[in-house]
Design a protein around this ligand. Structure first.
Ligand code: APR
Length: 244
């Protein structure tokens, strides 16, 4: 299986990666669903835009606890670095990620389409001014805009919000051009992100999936299922690719 996956990646004209929370689990960030899933502990409504607008402070307190207190400390893992290496060796055109943890950039990936935005930035709900997280003191909640005093929210896509136009366009362009997609660590339960692998498949891409558990993709679009954790699978895959 690893041999076959390595051959597909090496011989592909254009390969893209599509990642979810699972690729960051071994960096210490819990997934949303499944074992130790965040949604087992917290109500997903904190990430609903209506709730955020009506319960801003409560929502911000939980978001800070789950993400900002944790995110400052986490580092990329071998799977993130392997994708950056594939890109550097011209074997990967881009990473489309549902993650908001910035770990692909931290690992050195250059072309990353952040389908759900990024926690590294905050955006003013009133005047749309964006701030780097380092510019804002999160000891005062909710944080406010320096220009218009409007409420700031993490520049991530809440349930009920539209996907960033550029990330969406670039990601769906990739599904038309790529002949190989590597899915890593995603359940496939959240639309419209979950349409990307099936769009790639219907355009003829070979789908390689890395996940220690079966996902919505495994028995529908996946051609090669590497039933492993992201770091183990990517290390084995890189080893096979080097030997080709
Ligand atoms: N290596 C690879 N995959 C793993 C690992 C690991 N070490 N550990 C868990 N997984 C897999 C799980 O089996 C599961 O399929 O990662 C996936 C995590 O699933 P989710 O938590 O649902 O993450 P994701 O698919 O990215 O969620 C999509 O849902 O809540 C929204 O916006 C949020 O972007 C997120 C979206």
């Amino acid at each position: 299986m690893y041999e076959k996956a390595a051959q597909i990646i090496k011989s592909s004209k254009r390969c893209a990666a599509f990642t979810g929370a699972g690729i960051s689990v071994e960096s210490g960030i819990p997934p949303f669903r499944g074992k130790n899933g965040l949604w087992n502990k917290y109500d997903p409504q904190i990430f609903d835009i209506q709730y955020f607008n009506s319960h801003t402070r409560q929502s911000w307190e939980v978001i800070r606890e789950i993400f900002y207190d944790l995110f400052g400390k986490v580092k990329p893992n071998a799977a993130h670095y392997a994708l950056a290496e594939l890109e550097a060796n011209n074997m990967l055109s881009s990473v489309i990620t549902q993650n908001v943890d910035n770990l692909h950039y931290d690992a050195g990936s250059k072309i990353v389409h952040e389908f759900h935005g990024s926690l590294k930035k905050l955006v003013c709900l009133n005047c749309a001014t964006k701030y780097k997280i380092s510019q804002i003191d999160l000891n005062i909640l909710p944080p406010v805009c320096k220009k218009c005093n409007g409420i700031l929210k993490p520049d991530v896509i809440f349930f009920g919000e539209a996907i960033p136009e550029s990330a969406s366009t670039m990601s769906f362009n990739e599904t038309r051009k790529a002949d190989c997609f590597i899915l890593i660590g995603t359940t496939g339960t959240v639309a419209p992100a979950n349409m990307i692998p099936s769009a790639a498949k219907s355009n003829g891409a070979k789908i390689i999936e890395i996940n220690p558990y079966v996902s919505e993709y495994t028995n529908s679009v996946t051609d090669i299922f590497l039933e492993e954790k992201a770091t183990t699978a990517m290390e084995k895959l890189m080893d096979k690719i080097e030997k080709l």
